[in-house]
Design a binder for this molecule. Structure first.
Ligand SMILES: [Zn+2]
Length: 283
């Protein structure tokens, strides 16, 4: 009697072990598991970047209003229903113009923005939609951590001050670390902010740098490029834009350093995938 009980117990244990193995295999078969995907969405002249990790979505900027339909279409194609985190880097139209439409369309869980206002319709529309949806603004500033995922470190490196004269310099600068891989998202932060970040002696070395201010000459100063020393740089800009972004001098500096450049005006939407050890362009 004792022995037969023991056998049954043994068989049940083996069956349980098999079923848990199957479950485990299915778990690891899912190629998206623990893969960080970064979509630099082609929004014309502007910025909008989606980060996805283990079914969570983080959107940095919405792009301008004139591209909102395409941006929303792109997010819907990815089956995005909810944006767990949204960052409005600074209140310029090319970064927050489509934000009210984004908030209307997707469920936004947590919203971050620097403590600065703008006397414009698109800024008021964004605030109106946030209020309607009862979403409060978390202040983005130096050293604030964004709890995206336990496996990924997200920390703001800027703004460092509350009285910049140029709105670009209020840009929320975000550093993301996944395993051995580092990414820097700089909004439109200009050299003044880059110098502030350098002065703080943060470790800003990264594989991927989203160039500040669409690759304008006002950003990516020599020392900042030296310290970040990226393998890949991204310029988010519109085709034949009137600002001549990215700037020729910036392109030259990147070429001299052997940095691979991708541009949304030439490459369209750029998708990078990262497993914590390597980064690949997936499209
Ligand atoms: Zn901009």
């Amino acid at each position: 009697m004792f022995n037969s009980k023991k056998y049954i117990f043994l068989i049940v244990s083996i069956l349980m072990l098999f079923s848990s193995c199957n479950l485990k295999n299915r778990f690891y078969d899912d190629i998206n598991e623990n893969i960080l995907k970064i979509h630099f969405i082609n929004v014309g002249q502007g910025d909008s970047t989606l980060l996805q990790f283990n079914n969570k979505n983080l959107l940095i900027d919405s792009g301008p209003l004139n591209s909102f339909e395409n941006t929303i279409k792109y997010l819907k194609k990815l089956k995005v229903k909810q944006l767990d985190y949204v960052i409005a880097t600074h209140p310029h139209e090319d970064h927050i113009g489509a934000m009210s439409e984004i908030i209307k369309t997707f469920e936004v869980k947590k919203f971050y923005a620097p403590k600065v206002t703008s006397n414009t319709d698109y800024f008021y529309n964004m605030i109106k939609e946030l209020k309607k949806s009862n979403i409060k603004i978390n202040i983005a500033k130096d050293q604030i951590k964004l709890p995206f995922d336990a496996k990924i470190k997200c920390v703001f490196l800027s703004p460092n001050s509350s009285n910049y004269t140029n709105l670009n310099n209020y840009s929320a600068v975000l550093k993301i670390t996944y395993g051995r891989c580092n990414f820097l998202f700089t909004g439109d932060a200009e050299s003044l902010v880059e110098q502030e970040i350098l002065d703080k002696r943060y470790n800003i070395s990264c594989q991927v740098l989203k160039l500040g201010h669409h690759g304008s000459s006002t950003s990516t100063c020599d020392q900042f490029l030296e310290k970040t020393s990226p393998n890949v740089a991204i310029a988010s800009c519109g085709k034949n834009n009137i600002f001549n972004h990215p700037n020729k001098k910036t392109l030259q500096k990147l070429a001299e350093k052997g940095v691979k450049l991708y541009r949304t005006d030439i490459d369209g939407t750029i998708v990078l995938v990262c497993n914590g050890s390597n980064i690949k362009k997936s499209n």
